[in-house]
Design a protein around this ligand. Structure first.
Ligand SMILES: *Cc1c(COP(=O)(O)O)cnc(C)c1O
Length: 463
């Protein structure tokens, strides 16, 4: 407590007088917080402290003040986007950031972040270069296409391709493929934003080649196929494959565009997974423009890849919208490094986290569950029951919409499951699971840092 000279001079009773903000900022107990948060934020917190403690003796309590300010600034000091454990059972979880990058891609991205690069610079002549040149040769090699370019994401790739090739004109799409991917990506909306008129053919469950043929008119600019990534129609169905559409498109001189969605550069059957269409298959079938995502099955950074015929990719790359949708040097570096890994498919499962997670043998996941179970049971105490259960996970992000990845989960049965799930989300590295059938499930297919997971379980009580 300080008593100012003025108080004494007037002879009034001494009242607690808040120490000056500047003096409080000099308290040794606040030094670590100033180190972490910077002086301006701490001054702001000290003003709030002085306000909150006005008239209270505690205002002068250095330790209490430091604790109060640290708690107040905790939300600001801690990054908003944080690392989590994705134990949801969905490998490519859009809300949790989809693909984890390979170490090679991380290194390349870090290098590009730190330094000037040859982003648009040709070292041989010292002249201006093309940013797509870093990834196009790899995409040609991996897909067999004549040309390639890349943009912000696959939604942008579809938007740009449609605008460049069909603005003001008609594009024919099967009714069975008028999909919504989530996050407001609906084919009819994208079509409208691209300035194209959608011509729907067929019915929800059945579309025939003759439906496409009958819809072609003088205003038709393209035929489009969309991979129905996130749902499957079963029963009395008929769709026309891209390969079947090629002769029709050729005969009418129309570009055939295919949005593969997830799309992959390797045959997933190599790892015992069901077949997903590859970009090479689409190109070999004769599709003129193929688009797919960088951060789904491909396992790279967020990007939209466009491969196909040279003159069409050229029109797409010259479209002014390309400038607004282009990739930055960091993602291009990560994408180039990711694509380079595909040159050695035999080692992909080792080096690319997405493939590693998808190909992880169930026996390995079971062994992991057996190792982790005792620590989890001990941390939860007698109020909860933990068991290992066989579960089925998903690839996610629109690839193969059915549960098909046989895996093992730690299943917790306990009172107050929602509160328990909250507590796991409150850990230093938040753990995200899935609640179902009265249990909290942690699918361990995607647990790669066992030590960090187990190491923080003792904080569960505090969380
Ligand atoms: C995921 C997906 C998209 C959107 O791709 P983003 O890379 O998320 O923009 C578009 N079309 C299909 C068929 C998809 O599966």
């Amino acid at each position: 407590m300080t008593v100012s000279r003025a108080d004494r001079a007037e002879g009034s009773a001494p009242i607690p007088h808040p120490p000056s903000i500047d003096r409080m900022a000099g308290w040794p107990a606040l030094a670590p917080l100033i180190g972490r948060a910077g002086r301006p934020l701490v001054i702001e917190a000290l003003r709030a402290w002085a306000d909150a403690m006005r008239g209270a003796l505690e205002v002068d309590d250095e330790q209490a003040c430091a604790r109060w300010c640290a708690a107040r600034l905790a939300g600001l000091i801690q990054p908003s986007q944080r690392r989590v454990f994705n134990l949801t059972g969905t490998v490519l979880h859009t809300n949790l950031g989809r693909a984890q990058l390979a170490e090679e891609a991380i290194q390349a991205a870090v290098e590009a972040m730190r330094s000037p690069t040859t982003l648009e610079y040709d070292l041989t002549g010292g002249a201006r270069g093309e940013r797509d040149q870093h990834i196009a040769p790899w995409l040609l090699r991996l897909t067999g296409a004549e040309a390639a370019t890349a943009v912000n994401n696959n939604a942008a790739a579809v938007l740009l391709a449609l605008n460049a090739l069909a603005e003001g004109r008609e594009v024919i799409v099967s009714r069975g493929e008028l999909i919504e991917i989530g996050g407001a990506f609906r084919i009819p909306d994208i079509m409208a934003r691209a300035g194209c008129r959608l011509v729907e053919v067929g019915t929800t469950n059945r579309t025939h080649l003759r439906d496409y043929a009958a819809a072609i008119g003088p205003d038709t600019a393209a035929i489009m196929k969309v991979h129905p990534s996130n749902y499957a129609i079963a029963g009395f169905t008929k769709s026309v494959s891209a390969a079947e559409l090629v002769p029709l498109a050729r005969e009418k001189g129309l570009p055939l565009i295919e949005d593969l969605g997830s799309g992959t550069l390797v045959d997933l059957e190599t790892w015992g997974l069901p077949h997903e269409p590859t970009a090479r298959e689409a190109i070999e079938a004769g599709v003129d423009i193929v688009t797919f995502s960088g951060d789904k099955l491909l396992g790279g950074p967020q990007a939209g890849l466009i491969v196909g015929r040279k003159h069409l990719v050229g029109r797409i790359a010259r479209n002014p919208m390309k400038r607004a949708l282009r990739l930055d040097k960091v993602r291009l570096a990560a994408l180039e490094a990711t694509l380079r890994l595909y040159a050695d498919p035999a080692r992909l499962a080792e080096r690319l986290p997405t493939i590693r997670a998808l190909a992880r043998p169930a026996a390995e996941i079971l062994a992991l569950a057996e190792r982790v179970l005792p620590a989890l049971a001990a941390a939860l105490g007698p109020g909860a029951e933990v068991a290992i259960e066989p579960v089925r996970g998903q690839i996610g992000s629109g690839a193969l919409p059915v549960d098909l990845l046989p895996s093992f989960a730690l299943a917790i049965r306990s009172k107050g499951l929602d509160r328990l799930a909250d507590a796991f989300r409150g850990l230093p590295i938040p753990v995200i699971g899935r609640i179902g059938a009265g249990k909290l499930y942690f699918d361990l297919r995607t647990l790669d840092d066992e030590a960090a997971f187990v190491g923080q379980l003792d904080k569960l009580g505090a969380a």
